[in-house]
Design a binder for this molecule. Structure first.
Ligand code: NAD
Length: 352
């Protein structure tokens, strides 16, 4: 089959890890008889340097007309160190989410047996940990009315949700639970927030229509604690934009390195796949970055294209490499290889 993939490498280590992701996609394409037609675009700091905008219209056009989008990372210290800068790389990512209507962010957490020592959690508490966070991405308090009043000493942010926004992500979360452990937990603050009460009402209703799924509810403060003391209890976590932002970052720590965790952002027009880490300026340009998060994002992209066997092949390649005790320098205790060497190895294993 033939697919059009837009590729936005971005800044810092973005282009380095994306190169490895493409190597693996190419190996999969050859092995399973698919053609991936890549369309490259600029986003973030590099786009500002080249065009003055962190998200040029040309990039949006490339993305809208593709089957899926592979994204590296954005961010540059020259903007991080200048809080007054009006045009910023992060606007590229937020703009993409809005422009492509990327409403559902998915972050799976896998614990690799021989990397348990890297986690801040006791190894015995990591047994059986395998969950995924479904975070609503373009609504809630991050996008509601906000502002300052009077003398500037009063500020407000508004949290708003509509039933349609809840239903469309809930549908994806129920479908995911059906393919996993058949458990879905809504994380909210329904004892305090009206929007959370609307989420609960809707999920209670949808639970009746999805009676094969065990549905439960947890307040976000408790969930933040449970993720540390008993993370194995979770299967699919469904939550709002801000709670998901915080919980998914907390969950990522369990795995032991930022360089391991992929993500997907599902949209109504197209969908985007990206490692969760940033542009890591401290190691950029040194061939040190861990490309596994990006390669695992490629696996999620392949799943999204309904190439499940191909996606499984990529995940198996990652597991095999780590089981052999090979990884990048952030995976302390493994035999250290460069970013490009890990990419070569993964592509070789994926090629069969
Ligand atoms: P970061 O994720 O870039 O780096 C945090 C730490 O983790 C650094 O020490 C880095 O070297 C390490 N790290 C990250 N990815 C790694 C990898 N693949 N392999 C090995 N080590 C890795 O976060 P930060 O330092 O807070 O931010 C740097 C820049 O990235 C900022 O400009 C920030 O705004 C941006 N950022 C972008 C995204 C994104 O593009 N989605 C996400 C977070 C941060």
């Amino acid at each position: 089959m033939k697919f059009t993939i837009s590729v936005l490498p971005g800044d810092g280590i973005g282009p380095e890890v994306i190169e490895q992701g493409i190597k693996v996609m190419e190996a999969i394409g050859k092995r399973f008889g698919h053609t991936f037609d890549y369309r490259y675009g600029d986003v973030g700091g590099i786009a500002i340097d080249r065009t003055g905008s962190p998200l040029p219209q040309e990039t949006i056009d490339i993305c809208i007309n593709s089957d899926a989008l592979l994204f590296g990372a954005i961010g540059d210290p020259k903007y991080d160190n200048d809080p007054t800068a009006k045009v910023r790389p992060e606007q590229g990512l937020l703009g993409l989410r809005k422009a492509l209507d990327l409403y559902c962010n998915i972050r799976p957490l896998t614990i690799f047996q021989n990397l348990k020592h890297l986690s801040p959690i006791r190894p015995e508490n990591l047994d059986g940990v395998d969950f995924v966070v479904y975070r609503e991405l373009i609504g809630g308090i991050y996008f509601g009315a906000k502002g300052r009043k009077e003398d500037g000493n009063y500020a407000f942010d508004t949290c708003e949700y509509r039933v349609e926004e809840i239903d469309r992500i809930a549908k994806l979360a129920f479908a995911a639970a059906r393919l996993r452990g058949k458990k879905l937990m809504l994380v909210d603050k329904a004892n305090v927030l009206e929007t959370s009460r609307l989420w609960r009402e809707r999920i209670q209703q949808l639970a009746k229509e999805n009676s094969d799924i065990e549905v439960s509810y947890m307040f976000v403060d408790n969930a933040a604690m449970q993720m540390i003391v008993n993370p194995a209890q979770f299967d699919v976590i469904l939550t709002t934009n801000m709670f998901g932002d915080i919980l998914s970052d907390e969950s990522s720590v369990l795995a032991g390195s930022l360089g391991l965790i992929p993500s997907a952002s599902i949209g109504s027009k197209t969908s985007m796949f990206e490692p969760i880490h940033g542009s890591a300026p401290d190691i950029a340009g040194q061939d040190l970055a861990n490309p596994i998060a990006t390669v695992a994002s490629v696996a999620m992209l392949l799943d999204h294209l309904k190439l499940e066997k191909e996606a499984e092949t990529v995940r198996a390649a990652i597991s095999e490499l780590l089981e052999r005790g090979i990884g990048t320098a952030d995976l302390k205790g493994l035999e250290a290889r460069s970013c490009s060497q890990v990419g070569d190895e993964l592509a070789k294993i994926a090629a069969g």
